[in-house]
Design a protein around this ligand. Structure first.
Ligand code: C2E
Ligand code: CA
Ligand code: CA
Ligand code: CA
Length: 278
């Protein structure tokens, strides 16, 4: 490699160069994908006290050459490149359109949709207006929309975060703290946030039956939620034994492969209708 400054030296590593090139291509593909509507919103049912009360919206990208690309691979890039702002806006709009359609159907009108919000999207000065516009334009009932925030949001500007949450809450929008326990949020902040729900991360659920530390963390989150007056939902529940353990320890809401992976909206509706009939 050529003699260069510390930061530029790695740029001459051919492997690094390839990574950089692939990222640039993927970023361009993301832009194209947004323009050509290659994205679809899937829904994973959320269960409370034995029945489906709503669903989490999870974006899927049908890449023309690569097939389905996992959000784990493109959300971070969308976040870094700023494309998360238009993508997030599309997700919000799509979720609200769904809520508005369901509002017309007595069998589905009670469903809540949880939408993931990236920090960069949330930090936009227009974020509150963006959400309110999506609700107003579609006619979706605000109380059926729940926003999933991550602890990363709490690091930058807690007062701004609270102010935005309060404004949206005044319209009836709910808030869930996603991946709880994996980040750095302090309990003092937690108390100040106008949250409705904590979400136990799947990394604690996975081994909840075999790892006493994970079991202790899960139980602690449930107890914390209770004492703060928050609902608690567990994600990544794959087995009946995990569900039963969580239930026994006071967590009555969950989502996971045990019931269903994220599915296209028609499939979610079928699941709900089938359940309501029995
Ligand atoms: P997340 O919000 O923590 O979503 C949960 C992930 O766990 C989803 O992966 C879901 O498909 C998966 N999952 C659900 N049930 C189970 C289970 O029982 N077992 C296992 N092993 N996994 C389960 P997915 O859909 O690939 O999404 C990954 C991440 O990408 C999400 O994590 C979220 O951070 C992000 N993401 C997805 N859609 C959106 C979106 O519309 N906007 C934003 N900002 N981020 C999104
Ligand atoms: Ca989530
Ligand atoms: Ca999560
Ligand atoms: Ca997670």
């Amino acid at each position: 490699a050529k003699k260069a400054g510390r930061d530029t030296l790695q740029f001459f590593d051919p492997r690094m160069q390839q990574v950089v090139r692939e990222r640039a291509t993927l970023e361009q593909d993301l832009r194209t994908g947004l323009a050509q509507q290659q994205f679809e919103l899937f829904f994973q049912p959320q269960v409370e006290d034995g029945s489906i009360i709503g669903a989490e919206g999870l974006v899927r990208w049908r890449h023309p050459g690569k097939g389905f690309v996992s959000p784990a691979n493109f959300i971070p890039l969308a976040e870094e490149s700023g494309l998360i702002v238009p993508l997030g806006e599309w997700v919000l709009r799509t979720a609200c359109e769904q809520l508005a359609r369901w509002a017309q159907d007595p069998a589905l009108s009670e469903l809540v949709v949880a939408v993931n919000v990236s920090p960069r999207q949330f930090y936009q000065a227009q974020f509150v207006d963006q959400v309110l516009a999506a609700l107003a334009v579609t006619g979706a009932p605000p109380s059926r929309l729940k926003l999933e925030l991550t602890e990363g949001l709490l690091l930058t500007d807690i007062d701004d975060t609270i102010a935005k949450m309060v404004q949206l809450k005044q319209h009836g929008v709910g808030f869930s703290l996603d991946d709880f326990g994996t980040g750095y949020s302090s309990l003092a902040y937690l108390k100040r946030l106008p949250l409705d729900q904590l979400k136990i991360d799947q990394s604690f659920v996975r081994d909840v039956l075999t790892d006493p530390n994970d079991a202790a963390i899960a139980k602690t989150i449930v107890a914390l939620g209770m004492s703060l007056g928050l609902r608690v939902i567990a994600e990544g529940v794959e087995t009946e034994a995990q569900r039963a353990f969580l239930h026994e320890h006071g967590c009555h809401a969950w989502q996971g492969y045990l019931l269903s992976p994220p599915v296209p909206v028609a499939q979610l509706e079928t699941l709900v209708r089938r359940e309501r009939q029995t």
